[in-house]
Design a protein around this ligand. Structure first.
Ligand code: 6PG
Length: 234
């Protein structure tokens, strides 16, 4: 895990620097899960902390659990504790999913407009989407055989109320918008994911069963970073 987190932190730092050099700003979508906190900690500490143009970053979430901001399940809280509170990212450039709205559908529709507006000011693309994959093949909060996989091509955000991974109510970016990433960076660790990882990477292509396979940006790259346990069948 540590080696993977180090390598991922380096990769993210370089991608941020390149985006800011080329376009003046960088839009990043964060995930929850086991690996991101470690990566966050590395980029929020010297030496990488001093190499990142924090004022040029805008932050959104790949997915969020429909819980209050101070819930231990909140991906926003996780990012605050491990990244945001330790860096000079301007707070008005941080866009958590507004889970304080009365329903997940309402929160998703408000976030839809925010994500749309941010894409508008970032050349129509997310510079870096940090993704995980579950042992069932899910990514973001896009689960196997779930209707969210069929979200319309112009829909950016979707509410999911029956996720098999707890908590069940979540808000997720859609496959269509994740496919507008310049870099889709999957971070996967652990032997429990080895078989699914081999299936996801080797095929056959069955995205309804393995949602992670849906992420194939036409104008971007997919990079998988794995630890030795996860990569055992590759
Ligand atoms: C979430 C995540 C989710 C995660 C994967 C992998 O909030 O649940 O964003 O999509 O990335 O489930 O998580 P692990 O790395 O912890 O297995």
């Amino acid at each position: 895990m540590e080696e993977l987190a180090e390598a991922a932190a380096q990769r993210i730092t370089h991608s941020i620097q390149a985006a800011v050099q080329e376009r003046g700003h960088c839009l990043i979508a964060l995930s929850g899960g086991k690996v991101p906190p470690r990566v966050h900690h590395i980029i929020a500490s010297p030496p990488l902390r001093n190499q990142i143009p924090w004022e040029a970053l805008s932050i959104i979430w790949v997915d969020e659990r429909y819980v209050p901001f101070d819930s231990p399940d909140s991906n926003y809280l996780l990012a605050r504790q491990t990244l945001l509170d330790h860096t000079p990212i301007p707070s008005d450039q941080v866009y958590p999913v507004p889970t304080y709205y009365a329903t997940p559908e309402l929160a998703a529709s408000v976030y839809e407009r925010q994500v749309q507006a941010l894409l508008g000011t970032h050349g129509g693309q997310i510079d870096i989407s940090i993704l995980g994959m579950g042992a069932d093949g899910h990514t973001a909060s896009l689960f196997p055989q779930h209707p969210a996989l069929n979200a319309a091509a112009n829909q950016h955000v979707i509410a999911v109320t029956d996720a098999p991974k707890p908590p069940p109510t979540r808000i997720s970016l859609t496959p269509a918008v994740l496919n507008r990433s310049r870099l889709a960076l999957f971070l996967v660790t652990g032997g429990d994911k080895a078989a699914m990882l081999a299936a996801a990477l080797r095929g056959p292509f069955t995205p309804t069963e393995i949602p992670a396979q849906m992420i194939r940006p036409a104008q971007g790259r997919v990079v998988w970073m794995l630890d030795a346990e996860a990569a055992i069948h590759i």
